[in-house]
Design a protein around this ligand. Structure first.
Ligand SMILES: [Zn+2]
Length: 280
């Protein structure tokens, strides 16, 4: 049976990289949190489908009950770092401290081990993967092969062993890349986020089918703010940034339901569960 891994980066609309130039970290406390109700709504839409939630430490500090409820609902709780600073903009020491602290904070809240990490804006490379491993994680899920996006990091895993979509990086450390559709050397962004909102659903689902044929598993990512069309508008941002953030927000929820309905025969699991299911 094919497997679908739904992954959610739990962050609010004002914390995204896209708006960082207009809303610095110091301004975050001034904004109303919308992430809580959006995440609960997402939990409802997911119903009993297993998923992984990569949660920002800054939010976990303020909303520990949300973290616990995600865990109690049977989903995987994982780390998205503390304050959404890109990995490659931190020193080795800063990144390592953030990786360890954000993992421990979540573990303290749920009383269970946290083993997964997603870098802000997929900003990983081979050296950063080593630091993530050293910081006590079992897997990273930040490699996005769609390289046209300048912020995404570059990783070479071409010589590593793979099984389905999991790549064995070292002894007991794995990368679970965002799924994209490949034809030869060309890569089409079908992993989720803004591309899920932009690409017409009939085309998107065709791509997902092809990915499932190629890999038997499909890893999708999204954010709670993507199902919140009523969120405040950041009109100071460049038009290209606004387009990327706001395009088709109204349709995300119904598209998500269509995705679940279309692939109802698939098994929906979190990242850790998927790793456990692979016999390396
Ligand atoms: Zn993020």
């Amino acid at each position: 049976m094919s497997t679908i891994l739904i992954t959610v980066d739990v962050e609010d609309w004002f914390q995204v990289e896209n708006f960082k130039a207009y809303i610095p970290f110091s301004a975050w406390p001034g904004y109303d949190l919308r992430v809580e109700r959006n995440t609960y709504k997402l939990l409802e839409i997911l119903d009993f489908r297993g998923a992984t939630f990569f949660i920002l430490g800054w939010l976990a500090e303020r909303l520990p009950h949300l973290v616990r409820d995600i865990h109690v609902a049977g989903h995987e709780v994982a780390s998205h770092g503390y304050d959404h600073i890109l990995c490659n903009q931190q020193s080795y020491e800063e990144l390592k401290a953030d990786l360890i602290a954000s993992r421990k904070r979540l573990e303290d809240i749920i009383g269970a081990p946290v083993v997964g990490y997603r870098a802000p804006s997929f900003s990983v490379d081979n050296d950063i993967l080593k630091i993530i491993e050293e910081s006590g994680y079992r897997y990273d899920s930040s490699f996005n092969s769609f390289a046209m996006h300048g912020r995404y990091g570059r990783v070479d895993l071409s010589r590593n062993r793979t099984r389905g979509i999991a790549v064995n990086v070292s002894a007991d450390f794995y990368e679970l890349p965002i799924s994209n559709f490949r034809i030869g050397t060309r890569i089409f962004p079908l992993g989720g986020g803004g591309y899920f909102r932009m690409i017409p659903f009939p085309l998107f689902k065709l791509g997902v089918r092809k990915i499932l044929e190629q890999d038997q598993a499909y890893l999708f990512y999204m954010h709670p703010w993507e199902i919140d069309p009523e969120q405040p508008r950041m009109t100071k941002a460049a038009l290209s940034c606004q387009f990327r953030h706001y395009v088709n927000l109204k349709r995300t929820q119904s598209k998500l339901t269509s995705l679940f309905r279309t692939f109802r025969e698939c098994e929906f699991v979190g990242c850790r569960q998927h790793l456990d299911d692979q016999a390396f």
